[in-house]
Ligand binder design. Structure first.
Ligand code: ZN
Length: 302
């Protein structure tokens, strides 16, 4: 909570774990309190703001996007936004915790649509040894919670850090077979230590993915814009242009038949970025950025 001028501070949600992000607020007529409202209709009262009911606990037709109080301060309205109901989103947290100890599986050469690459890789890690696969899953599960709160159906390519793979072509097939409206692979990069920032990788036409090149570019722009706005993370200083990089060498993008991008959220080999990726609060911010980008794409607001 930030207060300015004669606005008093009456409390905030701070580091409280919320089931859905705060999406709006309203002040009481006295100015001595306010309500905060979450996307799931949850109401949080501060100062002299009374609790008059909440939309959480079911019954919402669509996520709440804002609220306003009545003139006497004894009631309020919430507005429901567009729902993602009926939309399928595939989230693909990159790598897996068992990959490093299963080289006979992950090092297998597999067809990626234009050539051969290894089935999967172990991913990178920070200087202190925090692994990329753990970051990817933490963010992925958080994005999934956001999108489910908005009504979407979410498919995950993995839900634990203890398995091996799946191979990249299978990750692509999972998104394709789910007839996803959007698919996003979530990674962090192992780039040059002096470079930092995030980059969104988008597919290049190869025959298989031709029909989804245009929508994937729109998805890339929405994810880039939202991720930058929510996290404040700079676009990559060493990859892509303005946070976007077309890539023709990745099976996950070559084999997709649904709109798909891959985000490298930060550079784990850079000390500044590494500290961010290890921070649960920044992981949550990264998730908010990705889910906001997907929601913008699915809502056609770009
Ligand atoms: Zn990765």
């Amino acid at each position: 909570m930030l207060s300015f001028g004669d606005a008093g501070f009456y409390g905030s949600m701070g580091a409280t774990h919320l089931n859905a992000p705060i999406v709006g607020m309203a002040a009481t007529p006295s100015g001595n309190g306010y309500w905060l409202v979450a996307a799931d209709g949850g109401i949080f009262t501060f100062g002299d703001a009374p609790f008059e009911g909440a939309g959480s606990g079911g019954g919402l037709a669509a996520p709440v996007t804002g609220m306003v109080g009545t003139p006497d301060g004894k009631g309020y309205w919430m507005v429901e936004g567009a729902s993602l109901s009926g939309k399928v989103v595939t989230l693909d947290p990159g790598h897996n915790g068992g990959n490093a100890s299963a080289p006979t599986v992950v090092d297998q050469a597999v067809w990626n649509g234009t050539g051969y690459e290894s089935c999967d890789t172990s991913g990178t890690e920070t200087g202190t040894g925090y692994p990329e696969y753990a970051f990817n899953l933490a963010v992925g599960l958080d994005v999934a919670a956001d999108l489910r709160a908005e009504g979407a159906t979410v498919v995950l390519t993995r839900t634990t850090n203890t398995g091996v793979g799946p191979c990249v072509p299978i990750r692509a097939a999972i998104g394709n077979n789910a007839h996803s409206a959007a698919a996003v692979s979530i990674h962090a990069d192992g780039g040059p230590p002096q470079g930092r920032g995030f980059v969104v990788l988008e597919p290049v036409a190869d025959g298989i993915n031709n029909a989804v090149i245009g929508p994937s570019s729109l998805l890339a722009l929405d994810v880039r814009n939202a991720f930058a706005a929510v996290t404040g993370e700079p676009t990559s200083t060493y990859a892509g242009v303005d946070g976007i990089q077309p890539r023709s060498d990745l099976g996950g993008l070559n084999l997709t038949t649904v709109p798909k991008v891959l985000i490298e959220c930060a550079n784990m080999r850079n000390p500044t970025d590494a500290a961010l990726t290890e921070s649960p609060s920044w992981q949550a911010l990264a998730a908010r950025g990705i889910s906001a980008g997907i929601t913008a794409f699915l809502s056609g607001s770009s």
